[in-house]
Design a protein around this ligand. Structure first.
Ligand code: SF4
Length: 460
């Protein structure tokens, strides 16, 4: 297909799931725009619909299956419509989805994104179902074609996959074993982003703090770090990489997600304490407060170990904000196990928590365990913990009122164009009045009220 033919073609990439998927979508959009395609938000306008999918929960998959049904109907009215899938459902289900959904034309694995333009051409010319799903290697593409949705913030994946074996989790199946980008590549890409005006970088990985990449051999000045070959082949771990990236001039903030408790080390906490550029939000999933359930989940730690790490981090970084993930209703969760989780939330007093009801994921080790907590009990425990956490979050947020904090201005508020939206170093949302030329800068803002999770402030 010639470029001018592509010019007329519109592509929509509805994206589900985590920031890693958001990053992959930004790369895909950039590669296609570079080929002349037009990216659109509204699927009903599109000639090509590529869903970037998530497998972490049954619900996420069901949404994609029902969208595929609707696209099947749309295709009866427009046989030229191209329908494709990217992301974790492709890795999990592979070509078998072609049989179940004849309207599906294209399946692209998470390691094959750079082949996207060629694969679309292949479908358009052959009108056959095409799949490209590579099993090994790293599924991260650093490209200056990427279409980010912010001028000042960038996602930066540094590793993919996970070597942990949490029994409820599909990630080791869909994203494979851990593979880390060499530190020099990460450094080079981060420097390139800052060169483009990015001020805040978020490092991504399914288990970001088990990063293990090639090292820079003690060289500290950024000019040398950018020289190809200026690095020895020794390996570096996450704390070192973080410390190294903090040296990049012009980079104002660096955050990362998601961590595993057993890789949350003293070294990491020391690097966070030492570097004011590093976000003061630390997301550390607990999942359950019961050691019996943590064992059934194969989380590789007890509640006491986790609590000691939180206390140590709070000792070193007094303004740290801790958030977490919790699963209620996991197989075998008796009343006393649930109470242990409730006590943990009361004891640790998180700034926020994502609380999920357990749903069995086919293919995970836990799928062999009985899903023996009745749905209404899961519902009851879920609502109870949500209410408890809401009360704690509100109390913690109220303790910030009256304080003047540093806010990174991300853009205009979606609700009111006269308002600006930004985030504190703890990544709490703040809305305040101010001119648009403050976007991309850090401003002092006094917090005078809080509504749900968003603070109202005044420039100081
Ligand atoms: S550490 Fe996270 S990504 Fe890895 S298996 Fe456990 S829950 Fe899944």
């Amino acid at each position: 297909m010639k470029v001018d033919e592509k010019k007329g073609l519109k592509v929509a990439i509805p994206t589900f799931g985590c920031q890693m998927n958001e990053y992959d979508t930004q790369v895909a959009a950039g590669l296609l725009a570079h080929q002349g395609y037009t990216l659109v938000e509204d699927e009903s306008e599109a000639d090509i619909v590529l869903m970037n999918t998530c497998s972490v929960r049954e619900h996420a998959e069901d949404r994609v299956f029902s969208r595929l049904g609707m696209l099947g109907k749309a295709k009866r009215g427009n046989p030229d419509l191209i329908v494709g899938l990217m992301g974790c459902m492709v890795e999990e289900h592979r070509e078998k989805l072609f049989k179940r959904f004849p309207q599906l034309d294209l399946m692209i694995g998470t390691r094959n994104i750079k082949e996207l333009p060629a694969l679309i051409e292949e479908v358009a010319s052959s009108r056959q179902q095409v799949a490209r799903i590579k099993q090994d290697g790293i599924s991260i593409e650093y490209t200056d074609l990427i279409q980010r949705d912010s001028k000042f913030h960038a996602w930066l994946p540094i590793m993919t996959g996970c070597n942990k074996v949490c029994t409820f989790c599909i990630v080791p199946i869909t994203r494979g074993a851990e593979v880390s980008m060499p530190a020099r590549e990460v450094y080079r890409e981060a420097s390139r982003l800052v060169g483009e005006g990015v001020k805040w970088i978020t490092l991504l990985g399914q288990n970001v703090n088990s990063y293990y990449g090639a090292y820079y051999g003690g060289v500290t000045d950024s000019a040398t770090l950018r020289q190809p070959g200026s690095h020895s082949n020794a390996s570096s771990e996450f704390p070192e990489l973080l410390d190294m990236l903090c040296q990049i001039e012009g980079l104002e903030r660096i955050s990362f997600t998601t961590s595993h408790p057993s890789d949350a080390t003293e070294e990491l906490f020391q690097v966070i304490a030492k570097n004011p550029k590093i976000s003061r939000r630390f997301h550390l999933p607990l999942q359950s407060g019961s050691d019996k359930i943590l064992k059934r989940m194969k989380r590789l730690h007890r509640y006491e170990d986790y609590k000691q790490k939180i206390n140590r981090l709070r000792e070193l970084v007094s303004d740290i904000s801790i958030t977490t993930d919790i699963i209620v209703g996991f197989s075998g969760e008796a009343e006393e196990d649930y109470e242990a989780t409730r006590r943990a939330i009361e004891e640790i007093r998180y700034d926020g928590a994502y609380i999920f009801k357990y749903s069995v994921r086919a293919g995970t080790p836990a799928a062999k365990l009985p899903d023996d907590v009745p749905q209404e009990m899961k519902e009851k425990r879920h609502q109870d913990l949500l209410a408890l956490q809401k009360e704690i979050s509100m109390g913690k947020n109220r303790s910030w009122l009256g304080r003047t904090v540093q806010v990174f201005v991300e853009g205009q508020s979606a609700r009111n164009a006269d308002d600006l939206l930004g985030r504190t170093l703890q990544e709490k949302k703040v809305v305040f009045k101010g001119p648009c030329d403050l976007i991309g800068t850090t401003q002092s803002v006094t917090l005078h009220d809080v509504k749900n999770e968003t603070f109202l402030g005044r420039l100081s």
